[in-house]
Design a protein around this ligand. Structure first.
Ligand code: ATP
Length: 343
């Protein structure tokens, strides 16, 4: 079967704020009609990436192709097809109805505005009669965010970019926002790009899960990502970089400075903290902080927290049982030096 042409293709993207490089993505594409789940630590570049994908600003270097053409901010071709919802709801100082139909009016698409607004509001659980005349300041935070989403859904965009859409809303609003976003994909094949710290949700709904670290995209969250700066240690004629977690074991320098150490999840063993450490192995003490069932696959998602990072692994029920994992248990992640690669 032939793959559909990508909706987005990113080529050699770098973005700088002043002299600080905050994005560095060699190549990345997003197929149409899929859900991309994006996570990563604060400051890793997620919002900047969303702004580029929304064509709200241009990358300092590189190209973004949308529907097979190189595109730019202000291009009429993308303006009507891509929409970004930010974490803090932004509403015009007008009524709910004015806010919801604003984008359609800009496009001079003014047919059956009220019916379409009623449908968009219903999709986010807001009753048209009760809400359409309300002023922007007569809404709770969760309702305001839902109005923002309705104002985007009414446009039936090809790509809906959501930046922490449920981070600061009540539980019911979060449920309705999640439901309405997924419905957009099911109803008109909308591509969803979701940034969220809610890894359970991201893992459950995403077709592709990526994480960001220091401006780069990593293809799976099932990897330990150890970032520079590392401590350095001088021995005779060579300088070895010592991973802060490796308890003195020497890790060879990567080819380029500033590289990140990656260890594939299947090369990581989880052990009792009391087990002996063999010479060639590195050991990271971790704490199990969260376990949740991933409904799609029946696997158990386990968060392990170390001092400097968090690792999420998906384990079978048998694996989790055999390892006697529970939140609060201390364990060790063990890996071989040769299984580290650098990127
Ligand atoms: N307008 C700006 N001017 C200068 N630096 C900026 C600007 N916006 C973001 N940055 C910096 O760029 C880096 C990436 O920021 P970005 O907001 O993209 O990260 P993020 O992963 O979305 O973070 P968070 O999870 O905290 O929202 C950070 O170091 C941030 O301080």
């Amino acid at each position: 079967m032939t793959q559909p042409a990508p909706l987005y293709t990113l080529c050699r993207i770098c973005h700088f704020y002043g002299s600080k490089k905050v994005l560095d993505i060699d190549e990345f594409s997003i197929p149409p009609g899929t859900i991309l789940g994006l996570s990563g630590p604060n400051g890793s570049g997620k919002t900047t990436l969303l702004k580029l994908l929304a064509f709200a600003m241009a990358p300092s270097r590189g190209e973004i192709h949308f529907n097979g053409r190189r595109e730019y901010p202000m291009s009429a071709r993308v303006r009507s097809k891509v929409t970004l919802m930010t974490q803090t709801p932004y509403l015009l100082k007008r009524s709910v109805l004015d806010n919801v139909v604003y984008g359609l009016k800009i496009r001079k698409d003014t047919k059956r505005l009220k019916q379409r607004a009623a449908r968009a509001l219903a999709a986010v659980g807001l009753d048209f009669d009760a809400f359409h005349n309300r002023a922007w300041h007569q809404l709770s935070g969760g309702e305001a965010q839902r109005v923002c989403l309705a104002a985007r859904l009414i446009l039936e965009p090809q790509a809906l970019l959501l930046d922490e859409p449920v981070a600061s809303v009540d539980a019911e609003s979060a449920r309705l926002i999640r439901q309405a976003s997924l419905a957009a994909r099911d109803k008109w094949g909308c591509t969803l790009i979701i940034v969220s710290h809610d890894l359970t949700w991201l893992n459950a709904v995403s077709d592709t899960r990526v994480s960001m670290e220091k401006g780069r995209i990593f293809s799976t969250h099932e990897e330990i990502i150890l970032s520079p700066p590392y401590q350095t240690m001088q021995t005779d004629s060579t300088v070895n970089w010592v991973l802060p977690v490796s308890r003195g074991r020497h890790i060879s320098l990567p080819d380029k400075t500033g590289e990140t150490a990656l260890i594939p999840a299947d090369k990581i063993n989880i052990a009792q903290t009391s087990e002996n450490q063999s010479d060639e192995k590195n050991r990271i003490p971790v704490l199990v902080t969260r376990m949740a069932l991933e409904p799609k696959t029946g696997r158990i998602e386990v968060d392990f927290d170390a001092d400097t990072f968090r690792l999420t692994l998906l384990l079978s029920e048998e694996q989790a049982g055999a390892l006697n994992l529970q939140p609060g248990k201390k364990r060790s992640l063990i890996f071989k030096t040769r299984d580290i690669f650098w990127r």
